[in-house]
Design a protein. Structure first.
Lengths: 128, 366
């Protein structure tokens, strides 16, 4: 089913009102289905907490769903893909569970790290 | 292999001072400077002999405070590659512990200072915070790994509007008790400074009555410096490393210092041009379209990878007329849910001295 296009006004975010920032938001919306605060702050240069405010604003506008991204720390790599995605409001997974990446059973919460991403449910364009 | 940190082997007094001077907390040139101030001609003395002679001469000169202060200043001058910066306003300079105490004993879990060093850093006051870390070391019997303590020093630099913490990293073997060599893993790991630096900020901000905010590294590095210097005449910007995570995909692209990429002078730019060439060839073959302006498309790919893919950290170097003026790996500190290298903004400063890099960074901050 094709996603519908929703236009979101971001004028209440001073850092997003500049044309350059607005252009960047619209560009990001075209090729990233999931946004994190660092994606926005890296692309625009706003602070991470300002970016997070925008993401929760988008959730309030019902165009994104917050997802908890769960990583299993592996000693042999600096970074590895997520082992699980969960609805943010379900919270962390119950232990133990088997890591899809390495096949090991995760028994200790200390082995996990988390990230928060917001997945778009609609196509979005931004305006002021 | 000896670790790059001060292991405390003496309870205090003169033996403590001598072993501290012998440690990696001091440059050998610093020991020579201290020696000269005491009237010793350093010549080709070894580090150990210099430390011995300095302590002997200090005793002869009744432990004069001026000489002890010189030692503390040389301690400040030791290169500290790691740095985290906050800006705002500083309420007051407080009186902490006497830094001379750190020369003769382990010290307490408090801030020592202020310390000024007009020759090295005329605008700032410095403080030092010791922290004690358990470390496993193979005992002389070669059968056990015994627990010793490392004293790690975190340095605070304070001006009217900036508070920065500076430290040296090291790897060690964290153990809780003495253990057999055979059952142990003697694999050293990086010390987890991320557990200590944020609480140290909180501590000293309270003492200083500081109203400060973390420097927005994404804005300064990825926007102001990027827009100001990338592809500008007279400047050479090199992308050296990017770590990013987005939509379940991790990127870790690194141009090693001796790699062919480095020799070609292209670093991560090589990755971008490889992708662009692949697309250009396909467009030419399949659609008979020649991709115009290759460097423009390389820049778009680089911008996407570095600025628009959820960067966790980014390293670049900048030369001005062939002279390196800045090289740093910036950790943007956006994954705050658990202490880790990515949980607070900080940088590892490489090659160029830290005070000039800090000044360069602050000149481009808000």
């Amino acid at each position: 089913m094709a996603l519908q296009m929703t236009t979101i006004a971001v004028s209440e975010f001073p850092w997003a009102r500049e044309q350059q920032a607005l252009r960047t938001l619209n560009r990001l919306a075209q090729f990233h289905r999931a946004w994190s605060s660092r994606l926005i702050s890296g692309a625009i240069g706003c602070r991470s907490n300002e970016a997070m405010s925008l993401l929760w604003f988008l959730y309030n506008a019902k165009v994104v769903n917050p997802m908890l991204v769960i990583y299993h720390k592996h000693e042999d790599t600096n970074s590895s893909p997520p082992t699980l995605y969960r609805d943010f409001f379900q919270g962390p997974p119950l232990l133990p569970f088997t890591c899809d990446i390495c096949g090991e059973v995760v028994t200790n919460e200390d082995e996990l790290s988390y990230d928060l991403e917001f997945v778009f449910t609609d196509k979005v364009s931004f305006s002021i | 292999m000896p670790i790059d940190a001060f292991i405390m082997r003496h309870a205090g007094g003169v033996p403590f001072l001598q072993s501290f001077l012998q440690s990696q907390d001091f440059e050998k040139d610093s020991l020579k400077t201290i020696a000269r101030r005491l009237g010793i001609t350093p010549g080709n003395r070894s580090r150990d002999l210099l430390a011995h002679d300095i302590v002997y001469e200090l005793q002869q000169q009744d432990w004069q405070a001026v000489h002890l202060t010189e030692i503390v200043r040389q301690l400040l001058r030791k290169r500290k590659p790691w740095m985290s910066v906050k800006t705002g306003s500083i309420g007051n300079i407080f009186s902490g512990g006497n830094p001379h105490d750190l020369l003769f004993r382990d010290g307490d879990a408090i801030w020592y200072g202020p310390i000024s060093d007009p020759e090295y850093d005329p605008e700032a006051n410095w403080y030092i915070r010791p922290h004690f870390i358990k470390h496993g070391e193979v005992a002389s019997d070669k059968k056990t790994i015994e627990q010793v303590y490392i004293r790690w020093l975190c340095f605070a630099r304070v001006t009217n509007d900036t508070l920065s913490l500076h430290w040296r990293g090291f790897s060690h073997l964290p153990i809780e008790n003495d253990i057999d060599v055979e059952v142990s893993s003697t694999h050293n790991i990086q010390y987890g400074y991320w557990y200590q630096v944020p609480p140290f900020f909180e501590e000293i901000e309270n003492y200083l009555q500081a109203k400060v905010e973390e420097l927005n590294l994404q804005q300064v590095v990825l926007h102001r410096l990027w827009n100001g210097y990338l592809k500008q005449p007279g400047y050479e910007w090199k992308h050296r490393r990017i770590r990013a995570e987005s939509s379940g995909v991790s990127i870790n692209a690194h141009a090693g210092s001796r790699s062919i990429l480095e020799l070609e002078g292209q670093g991560i730019s090589h990755l971008a041009s490889t992708i662009r060439i692949a697309v250009a060839l396909e467009m030419q073959e399949r659609y008979s379209i020649t991709l115009p302006d290759p460097s423009y498309f390389d820049d778009i790919i680089l911008r996407t990878i570095i600025r628009e893919y959820g960067a966790l950290s980014y390293e670049f170097s900048l030369k001005q007329h062939g002279k390196l003026i800045f090289r740093a790996h910036s950790y943007f500190g956006d994954k705050t849910e658990k202490p880790s290298q990515d949980s607070f903004p900080h940088m590892r400063l490489i090659e160029v001295d830290e005070l000039s890099q800090l000044a360069f960074l602050l000149a481009h901050a808000e």
